[in-house]
Ligand binder design. Structure first.
Ligand code: GUN
Ligand code: FE
Length: 438
C-alpha cells in the first residue's frame, strides 16, 4: 500500500516483471562515479552509509530519500526522431503523405547547425522533463544533425544512441545523400562518437523505400564489420508502405526479407512498428534476435494499425517507444497508457507491472544496455526519476481512493505524464527539477 506519509522506493531490480518496492527506501549513489552503491530501507542505508557510519571516509556518497515520492529507474525510449519535435501534431495524413507533406519539409532544415543545436537542446531537455534518460534516436540525413545531438547529449552525460539517416531515393533532393557518401558519413560518425562517453552510434537507413538496394547492401556490410554498433530502421508500419516495398522488391518474400537479405538483422537491430507481419517473418525475427519497437501513440495518430504485443513477444524482444513526431507525446507514461488501449481494442491487456518494467529494464534489455542501466543493481549508472504520485489534483484524489500498489501504479500509468516528474537525475547529477511556481 502506498502511504503518502512515508517515502517510497520501488526498485525494478529483478529480471522478472514484478517490481521490487521498498516503502521508506533510499538509493545510495557514489558521487565520484555516478554509479549506484546500494539501495534499501532508509534507516539501514543511513546507518551503513550516513555521516556517522563506518563508510563515511571510504566513499563520498549521496543518499536519495524522497519523502512522499517514488524513485524509479530513468525511462528509456527506443524509437524517437529528435528533429520531428518541430512538426509534432501535424494534421490529417497517414504515413506516406505525412512524410512527404510535413516530415521531409522539416528535416530539410537540419543541415543548418544552429537549427540542429537549438532543436537537439530543446528535445533533450524535453526528454528529461518527461523522465526519459536514454533513447535510440533518429537524427536527419545531415551529419550536422548528429553532431549537434551528440554534442548536447555528451554535455548532459545522457546515454544516447543515434546516427545519420541514410536516404538515397524516393525523397526530396535536399534530403537524399549519394549512396556512398551517406555510408562514409556514418563511418566518420562511428569513428568520432561510438562509445565516446555514454554515446553510441546506430546505422540508420530510414526504411526500405528511401534507400537503394546498393545502399542497403553497403549498410549490411558496415553493420557486420562492427560488433557493438547498433542498427535501426522502420518495418511494416502501414499497408501502403508494405505494398510499395513489395513493388520495389518483387523478388523478395516480403518486407522483412529485404532487410534479412541485405544483412540488416541481428540482436543489435531495432525495427520500429512491425504491425503487418506474416508468421514466417516472426520466425526470422526470432532466429536473428532482431528487436521490435512498439510505438502506440504513433500507430494511433497516423492510423497505422493495431500492434499485436503478445504475439510479437512470443517470438522476440519488444520495446516500447514514442516515435515522436508521429507519436504525440514524449512521455513514456502517456505512451504506456496508449499501449494499454491498443491492447484493449484487441481484447488483450498490459498490466502496470509489465508496462513499468518495459519502459525501464525491459527497454534496457532490448538495447543490450541492461548491464549499465534499467534498475538499481550496484554499479549500474544512477539514472533515475523522482515521481510525485500526487502530481496532479486528480492523481492525488485517485491515489487516496486506490489501495494496492498495483492499482496505484496503474492509475499512474493511465493518468501520469510530465506533470508527475519531479526530478530527473543523470549518473548521479540532477539535470531537471520541476518548477513549482504556479
Ligand atoms: N517510416 C519512415 N520514416 C518514418 C518516420 O519518420 N516516421 C514514421 N512513423 N515512420 C517512418
Ligand atoms: Fe519512426
Amino acid at each position: 500500500e502506498l502511504d503518502s506519509s512515508t517515502s517510497l522506493l520501488p526498485v525494478i531490480a529483478g529480471v522478472n516483471v514484478y517490481p521490487e518496492y521498498i516503502a521508506d527506501g533510499a538509493l545510495v549513489v557514489d558521487d565520484a562515479t555516478g554509479l549506484v552503491v546500494d539501495y534499501g530501507h532508509c534507516a539501514s542505508m543511513m546507518s551503513q552509509y550516513g555521516n556517522n557510519s563506518e563508510h563515511k571516509n571510504k566513499a563520498l556518497v549521496q543518499i536519495y530519500n524522497c519523502k512522499h515520492n517514488l524513485i524509479m529507474p530513468g525511462f528509456i525510449d527506443t524509437h524517437v526522431h529528435y528533429p520531428q519535435i518541430d512538426m509534432i501534431a501535424a494534421f490529417g495524413e497517414q504515413l506516406l503523405d505525412w512524410l512527404n507533406n510535413y516530415t521531409f519539409v522539416t528535416e530539410a532544415n537540419f543541415g543548418n547547425p544552429k537549427i540542429a543545436h537549438d532543436t537537439a537542446q530543446f528535445f533533450l531537455n524535453q526528454l528529461l522533463a518527461n523522465g526519459t534518460t536514454s533513447a535510440l534516436v533518429f537524427s536527419t540525413s545531415h551529419p550536422q544533425s548528429v553532431e549537434a545531438f551528440f554534442s548536447e547529449s555528451i554535455r548532459l552525460n545522457t546515454r544516447m544512441i543515434t546516427g545519420n539517416v541514410l536516404m538515397d531515393q524516393n525523397a526530396p533532393e535536399n534530403l537524399c545523400v549519394p549512396t556512398e557518401q551517406g555510408i562514409r558519413d556514418t563511418q566518420n560518425i562511428i569513428d568520432k562518437w561510438h562509445e565516446r562517453g555514454r554515446q553510441h552510434v546506430a546505422i540508420t537507413p530510414r526504411f526500405a523505400i528511401t534507400s537503394t538496394p546498393k545502399q542497403l547492401q553497403m549498410t549490411g556490410e558496415l553493420y557486420r564489420s562492427y560488433d557493438s554498433v547498433y542498427l535501426q530502421t522502420h518495418l511494416a508500419e502501414n499497408l501502403d508502405e508494405v505494398a510499395f516495398v513489395r513493388e520495389l522488391y518483387p523478388n523478395h518474400k516480403g518486407y522483412l526479407d529485404v532487410y534479412h537479405d541485405m544483412g540488416l538483422l541481428g540482436r543489435r537491430t531495432t525495427l520500429a512498428h512491425g504491425i503487418y507481419l506474416e508468421t514466417p517473418e516472426y520466425e526470422v525475427l526470432r532466429d536473428t534476435g532482431t528487436q521490435i519497437a512498439h510505438c502506440p501513440t504513433s500507430n494511433l495518430f497516423l492510423g497505422s494499425g493495431l500492434f499485436d504485443l503478445s504475439k510479437t513477444l512470443s517470438y522476440t524482444g519488444v520495446s516500447i517507444a514514442t516515435d515522436v513526431g508521429a507519436g504525440t507525446s514524449l512521455s513514456m507514461l502517456t505512451t504506456l497508457s496508449e499501449a494499454y488501449k491498443v491492447q484493449q481494442l484487441q481484447k488483450k491487456s498490459l498490466s502496470a507491472h509489465q508496462g513499468l518494467y518495459q519502459i525501464t529494464l525491459g527497454n534496457a534489455q532490448s538495447l543490450l544496455l541492461d548491464d549499465k542501466i534499467g534498475n538499481f543493481m550496484p554499479n549500474k549508472e544512477a539514472d533515475f526519476v523522482v515521481i510525485n504520485m500526487d502530481g496532479t489534483e486528480l492523481l492525488e484524489r485517485r491515489m487516496t481512493q486506490t489501495k494496492s500498489l498495483e492499482e496505484q501504479l496503474f492509475v499512474l500509468m493511465m493518468l501520469g505524464d510530465d506533470r508527475v516528474i519531479e526530478q530527473t537525475v543523470i549518473a548521479g547529477v540532477s539535470r531537471y527539477k520541476r518548477s513549482t511556481v504556479l
